[in-house]
Design a protein around this ligand. Structure first.
Ligand code: FE
Ligand code: FE
Length: 196
């Protein structure tokens, strides 16, 4: 049973996001769909989660803080200084309230797409990796390898995405959410550190 009106969601999102973000969003949706086909996840759920993962990205910083407060999302000091980090958790609330998504797995995939988390579900891993490898993404190191691994060894792809994202943020001296480090350590252990 198909319960989502994806074209309607796309129309609404197009108004909420800037053009670049909308194109990224569609890339993540189709990449998530392909990964769902490969790993036996439900394609429609992957599409909905991919489509909505950045639905709160284009609010202003002030709006991100204000809306997060109104949804009673706990705001850490790192998030208060870098409100863009809130778009994942806030996005899950917006997906629920403004796009009518009730599936808790879709909502949690949206909620953890920026930082990852330990022991992710298949759908969470798919969205986390799809966000990193979608076709328009061009500059990350190891992108070709991670794109390949996403279809052959998803856990290793998750690990490498976490590792490279953290290295990139550290190099740029950009704010790093502690959740990313927790997720990184979990997957480092999980894959048995056979790779680096
Ligand atoms: Fe995002
Ligand atoms: Fe994204």
């Amino acid at each position: 049973m198909s319960s989502y009106n994806i074209p309607k969601m796309q129309k609404k999102l197009k108004k909420e996001l800037d053009e670049e973000r909308f194109i990224h969003t569609e890339g993540v949706m189709y990449t998530a769909a392909a990964l769902a086909m490969c790993h036996d996840e439900d394609i429609e759920r992957a599409c909905v989660a991919g489509l909505l993962h950045d639905c709160a990205k284009c609010f202003s910083n002030t709006q991100k803080i204000r809306l997060s407060e109104s949804y009673r999302i706990p705001i850490s000091s790192i998030e208060r200084d870098a409100p863009h980090l809130l778009h994942a958790k806030l996005g899950a609330c917006i997906a629920r309230d403004k796009y009518g998504v009730e599936d808790s797995e879709i909502l949690s995939a949206i909620s953890c797409h920026t930082t990852g988390k330990p022991d992710m579900t298949l759908l969470e891993k798919i969205i986390f990796v799809a966000d990193y490898i979608e076709p328009r993404r061009a500059k990350a190191p190891n992108l070709a390898r991670i794109r390949h691994l996403a279809f052959s060894d998803l856990d290793l792809a998750v690990y490498m995405t976490l590792r490279d994202t953290i290295a990139y943020l550290k190099e740029k001296k950009a704010p790093l959410d502690n959740q990313s480090l927790i997720a990184y350590n979990y997957y480092k252990n999980f894959i048995g550190e056979t790779e680096d």
